[in-house]
Design a protein around this ligand. Structure first.
Ligand SMILES: Cc1cc2nc3c(=O)[nH]c(=O)nc-3n(C[C@H](O)[C@H](O)[C@H](O)COP(=O)(O)OP(=O)(O)OC[C@H]3O[C@@H](n4cnc5c(N)ncnc54)[C@H](O)[C@@H]3O)c2cc1C
Length: 498
């Protein structure tokens, strides 16, 4: 295939969805966007050749399936890729990557589609969608799971829990395993079993050169290191192999809801208590507004050990104030994992900005609680619990640098009507401004990348940046995979050879 770059302005003016491609003559070409954002033309013959190569589907704007395939969780991103490769397996992924490389085409990679900052859908480029790759294989004897990259957390949890096993994952069941794991993976059992990426044993990866390689402790170990916290920078993962842990199907957990008037005392008592709690105890502290308009503070809990031990461990939290509702009860783990699914439903509009903190001191409490009543009822501030096993891994052992973080404070606003964008984005920014002076870095998976400079992203990788840049230069020297918390390839490094 020949690379064709068209530098004129006329093509840029055409929008992808405006043209019924099926009716174009084979000699014609389709406008698209290059890796570096220039207008290019894709020959119709090349597009048809790619379509013929795929076991899965290739969607153009006029194809049935295109609309559903381009949608991601955050409805605020309404982008139109020129092409969507709906991949059926690793071979499709290699063909899609080879096509993008040959045409110097902008690429986004979609696993579960939960990118908060919209990185998994691109405007005018090639969206490599893994949404159709949903296989899961549990080996109960070896306690190993093989998971394809379109799998959602709830699907993985259900499959593993049928055997009394679990890999720690995030707290909303419709999130994708792929993006979550590559950036880290915090959740209800992470204090006990570590981040999701800490439980990754190996991965199959299609690199920028369209080579399928395996990354593990013994094969391409630098790539294996970089995949665990370096996000989608290094290629497209087509299969994940995870360690599984025994974990009972019923755990003690659920929400403990206090009136907002008690928020200061509850947050202080909560922070003091959980700082020294055992690894089984997990509790987020969430400032939110109930559907009836009441502001509240919610402790969203889960205990990873026995029910009896959990009752003992949660007793001090129950006494922090006068709960309006005590929803802590023995509950199937998969139900706890889905408990926030409706609140954070797909397709709504979201603004999110978040940062890691080490302590909830009096200044931070005053700042956040003092400001919260002035935010619209669409605002949520979540002090997401971390620490425990996460913090016992050295920061250079994997690419995930922020091991010292004790909480991830996620400030968000959620709404439905485009007309309310301005108000909600401004409120989200105000909400995070109350936390920012205490923040020490951010989580790549909920980074608001539109508002971060490359220098800030670089700094956020801390002492791992230089090694990440070297691995990037080996596996993606031209930065094909740059729609992410980008690692810029180091200069002067030889690309990895087959
Ligand atoms: C409602 C909600 C709840 C969340 N809760 C948690 C939580 O509890 N804990 C937590 O740690 N995080 C949480 N997150 C953040 C989550 O980890 C990220 O949004 C993550 O990117 C989701 O992965 P995905 O595959 O669904 O996303 P996608 O949008 O599909 O992908 C996001 C990015 O990941 C990369 N990527 C995805 N798949 C691949 C692949 N196969 N190979 C290479 N790169 C790939 C790409 O760069 C892509 O742009 C939450 C997000 C949301 C929206």
């Amino acid at each position: 295939m020949r690379r064709r770059t068209f530098l004129g302005g006329a093509v840029a003016a055409l929008t992808v969805q405006a043209i019924p491609w099926r009716r174009l003559h084979a000699a014609q070409a389709m406008p698209a966007v290059s890796r570096s954002g220039e207008a290019i033309l894709l020959p119709a013959g090349d597009i048809e050749a790619l379509r013929a190569q795929l076991r899965g589907a290739l969607y153009l704007a006029s194809d049935t399936g295109y609309e559903a395939a381009r949608r991601i969780w955050n409805g605020a991103f309404d982008r139109h890729p020129a092409l969507i490769a709906h991949c059926a397996g690793a071979a499709d992924v290699t063909r899609a990557v080879a096509f993008a490389d040959a045409h110097d085409l902008l690429v986004s990679v979609r696993g579960g589609g939960h990118s908060i900052s919209g990185q998994s859908v691109c405007e005018g480029g090639l969206m490599i969608s893994l949404a159709g790759m949903r296989g899961i294989r549990i080996d109960p004897q070896a306690r190993i799971a093989r998971v394809e990259p379109g799998v959602l957390l709830g699907e993985f949890d259900r499959e593993a829990q049928a055997f009394g096993l679990v890999t720690p994952a995030g707290t909303v069941s419709h999130t994708g395993v792929a993006g979550l794991t590559l950036g880290g993976g915090f959740g209800r059992l992470a204090r006990k079993f570590g981040l999701s990426c800490d439980n990754l044993l190996s991965a199959d990866v299609v690199t920028a050169g369209a080579r399928l390689v395996r990354a593990s402790a013994t094969e391409n170990p630098d790539l294996y290191w970089a995949l665990r916290g370096g996000g989608g920078n290094f290629g497209v993962v087509t299969s994940f192999e995870f360690r599984l842990h025994p974990s009972p199907p019923i755990l003690l957990g659920g929400p403990l809801i206090f009136p907002f008037a008690e928020a200061r005392d509850v947050l202080r008592g909560y922070a003091d208590y959980v700082q020294s709690a055992g690894d089984d105890l997990y509790a987020d502290a969430i400032l939110t507004t109930l559907p009836d308009g009441q502001r509240v503070i919610v402790l969203d809990t889960c205990y990873g050990g026995s029910i009896a031990a959990g009752e003992k461990a949660f007793a001090p939290l129950r006494k922090l104030g006068r709960p309006m509702r005590d929803g802590i009860a023995p509950t199937p783990y998969v139900v706890l994992q889905a408990s926030a699914d409706q609140t954070l439903a797909r397709g709504r509009r979201y603004y999110v900005k978040a940062g890691f903190i080490r302590d909830i001191d009096a200044g931070l409490r005053d700042s956040v609680i003092g400001q919260f009543p002035s935010l619209p009822p669409t605002a949520i501030v979540n002090f997401a619990d971390a620490g425990g096993a996460i913090g016992r891994v050295p920061p250079t052992a994997t690419a995930f640098w922020h091991r010292e973080a004790r909480w991830n404070v996620v400030c968000s606003t959620v709404w439905d009507d485009r007309a309310d964008d301005e108000e909600n984005i401004a409120a989200g920014r105000r909400s995070y401004a109350a936390v920012e002076p205490w923040a020490r870095g951010f989580y790549v998976n909920d980074a608001n990348l539109a508002e971060q400079s490359q220098a800030v992203v670089d700094r956020n990788y801390g002492g791992n940046l230089a090694r990440l840049a070297q691995v990037k230069a080996q596996y993606d020297p031209r930065n094909l995979f740059h729609l992410n918390a980008n690692v810029v390839p180091a200069a002067g490094i030889e690309p990895a050879t087959p």
